[in-house]
Design a protein around this ligand. Structure first.
Ligand code: KG4
Ligand code: ZN
Length: 339
């Protein structure tokens, strides 16, 4: 019988300080997340300097809590996996340095993980991955379609050319006067309204799986301003529903097309925007009608930033024999295809 693997994951790329221990890449023993949303809310977005300061304050407490909850000590760990990039450089540095310090002081192997690989591997904490597969990654910083032929192999077949889906949600929410992060508020309002305003869909070239959301965002802002100039107001619910309909239409249509073209048997949803109820239900409806493709949608707590997903992706790298060195640095531009 092969030995069990215990990996501690660490995630500090944006505004969550998170540490988790995962057994064999699949079983969560602890998953601690200290969110900073309250501190950034009054600025309407994440302030990098504030994020770094919070990570410094929280990281050792969160590490201890994750070990406590799992009932484990550092010497029982097989490796420490940490988000190396992409993300805010000052925020990433806190996690990378904490991981290096622990690894060095206790002689534990160190593994660098790509944040998006983590989001995708959140799915392995829910079900087994079946290859080849396609993952739709929609977060505050990324919108990507990633094709995987096997564990640890990532091919980006489409990505955003401007704003990420979550970023568009947050900017539109701001225009509507909603608090940060705006995604959940738009989602709630969209369910109460009808998509009566015809907003643009950026399909791009016919064979492209890339995305673009900045034109849509500008169209919403223009619609609001034009109405204001005429002395009219458009119901927030109508704007939210119309915006959401455009985002979902493009995301779902491109994902369906890619799934068929690449002949995948599984489609994984990943990233914070995966929490969107409209997106989840449309994907479920469309993929429910498509034979031979299994759709996996993780629970909300695993869609937003967490460290269990980093430990899960790190386990794959550990099994492949990858080890990080003490020269590891935060890498805000880390490439998923070659990390
Ligand atoms: O993956 P994540 O936690 O952080 C990044 O790696 O970026 O994603 C955060 C993003 C934010 O833009 C937030 O507004 C969005 O996910 N989000 C949503 C919903 N819940 C969170 N967007 C749309 N609908 C939601 N229900
Ligand atoms: Zn993320």
């Amino acid at each position: 019988m092969s030995k069990d693997t215990y990996i501690l994951g660490m995630e500090t790329s944006c505004d969550e300080t998170a540490v988790s221990i995962v057994k064999n890449g699949k079983e969560i023993l602890s998953n601690v997340v200290a969110s900073q949303i309250e501190s950034h809310k009054r600025f309407g977005g994440v302030v990098p300097e504030i994020a770094s300061r919070h990570h410094v304050e929280q990281i050792t407490i969160v590490i201890e809590e994750a070990l406590d909850q799992a009932g484990m000590s550092l010497k029982e760990l097989d490796a420490i996996a940490v988000t190396e990039g992409p993300g805010l450089v000052g925020a990433l540095l806190i996690g990378v340095n904490a991981a290096k310090a622990l690894a060095f002081a206790h002689g534990i192997p160190l593994i660098g993980v790509h944040h998006i690989a983590g989001h995708i591997y959140a799915n392995r904490l829910v079900t087994d991955m079946k290859f080849p597969l396609l993952s739709l990654v929609v977060s505050g910083g990324h919108t990507e379609l990633v094709y995987m032929k096997e564990h640890g192999s990532y091919e980006v077949i489409g990505e955003t050319r401007d704003d990420a889906a979550g970023e568009a949600y947050d900017k539109v929410a701001r225009t509507l006067g909603l608090p940060y992060p705006g995604g959940p508020h738009i989602d709630r309002l969209a369910a109460e309204g009808k998509p009566e305003i015809n907003l643009p869909r950026a399909w791009l070239e016919a064979d492209s799986f890339d995305f673009s959301f900045s034109g849509l965002k500008s169209a919403v802002i223009n619609t609001v301003h034009n109405a204001e100039q005429r002395g009219e107001t458009i119901a927030q619910e109508t704007l939210a529903a119309s915006f959401q309909a455009s985002v979902i239409d493009v995301l779902v249509t491109k994902t369906l097309k890619a799934a068929k073209q690449y002949g995948v048997g599984q489609v994984l949803l990943a990233g914070g925007v995966a929490a969107n109820r409209g997106l989840r239900s449309t994907l479920e409806k469309e993929f429910g009608a498509l034979d031979g493709v299994e759709l996996v949608v993780p629970p909300l707590s695993l869609c937003t930033d967490n460290a269990a997903m980093i430990a899960a992706a790190g386990t794959i790298e550990f099994d492949k024999g990858k080890r990080g060195s003490m020269a590891m640095n935060a890498n805000p531009g880390l490439d998923i295809e070659s990390f």
